[in-house]
Write a protein that binds this ligand. Structure first.
Ligand SMILES: [Zn+2]
Length: 253
């Protein structure tokens, strides 16, 4: 199987995982940058993530236009992905979804979403909130053009996650596995933070030192990273599609 085929297959797995883990429902999407052409990315045509197969994946440029003739409908909000890939050359994969548990943090200005559990550390210490109304006034609240996609990407800045007021979130990472993991743990972190708040008293967040320590310990090819991907893929019924990437030399001394 070619490198591109593997990437497309991994993208199908990523879609199925996000559906199974209830990060995405009929809506929500995940994309991955083309491994050989950083000016293109792969994403599904307009379809619920649970139903996506390899033939549904399309290749778009960084303005959100298909690079080949495409008669099928595309996601209205593909500009979220195009905007982030345009403005963040370091980002290889993007998720946008509407997971319910994160929504209160995009609406209530008094409480910021922050890492409170170890698996939530990867969302980073700062999670900005993007309000489409700030620049674009009354819209249908969806990101339907490049100006909006770029404005969201600007708000995301160098962070890993941005919340979108009254709508959902956008997450960006260096790999598909990483962005899926972040998107799965993001609503869990939000739930833990909300429940802790209900218990009352002061919330103890992860410290910057703890967040940094967890980031230092992260390796995209480690057994621990693969373990979660394999588990989620199996649970989503697509373990037969798994291709484990080549192990880097880090263990060969
Ligand atoms: Zn959306």
């Amino acid at each position: 199987m070619s490198a591109i085929d593997t990437v497309i297959q991994d993208l199908v797995i990523a879609n199925r995982i996000l559906a199974k883990e209830e990060v995405a429902d009929a809506y929500g999407h995940v994309s991955v940058r083309h491994p050989d052409n950083p000016k293109h990315f792969f994403i599904s045509r307009s379809l619920a993530p649970e139903l996506i197969e390899k033939g549904d994946i399309v290749e778009l440029d960084l303005d959100g236009n298909p690079v080949r003739d495409e008669k099928r409908s595309l996601y209205l909000e593909r500009f979220i992905h195009a905007g982030i890939f345009q403005m963040r050359p370091d980002v290889m994969a993007v998720v946008h979804a509407h997971a319910e548990d994160i929504l209160p943090f995009g609406i209530a200005k008094a409480t910021k979403l922050r890492p409170v559990i170890h698996s939530g550390s990867f969302i980073g210490s700062s999670v900005p909130v993007w309000d489409i109304a700030d620049k674009f006034g009354d819209t249908n609240v969806l990101v339907t053009n490049m100006a909006q996609g770029r404005d969201l990407a600007k708000c995301l800045g160098k962070n890993n996650v941005a919340l979108m007021r009254g709508h959902g979130f956008a997450a960006a990472a260096r790999s598909l596995i990483e962005v899926v993991r972040m998107s799965v743990y993001l609503p869990r972190n939000a739930r833990a933070q909300l429940r802790a708040k209900q218990l009352g008293g002061k919330i103890k967040y992860l410290s910057q030192g703890e967040i940094d320590a967890r980031n230092r310990g992260y390796s995209p090819y480690s057994t621990e990273t693969w373990r979660a991907w394999e588990y989620w893929a199996n649970k989503a019924g697509c373990s037969h599609m798994l291709t484990r990437p080549e192990q880097p030399h880090e263990h060969k001394k």
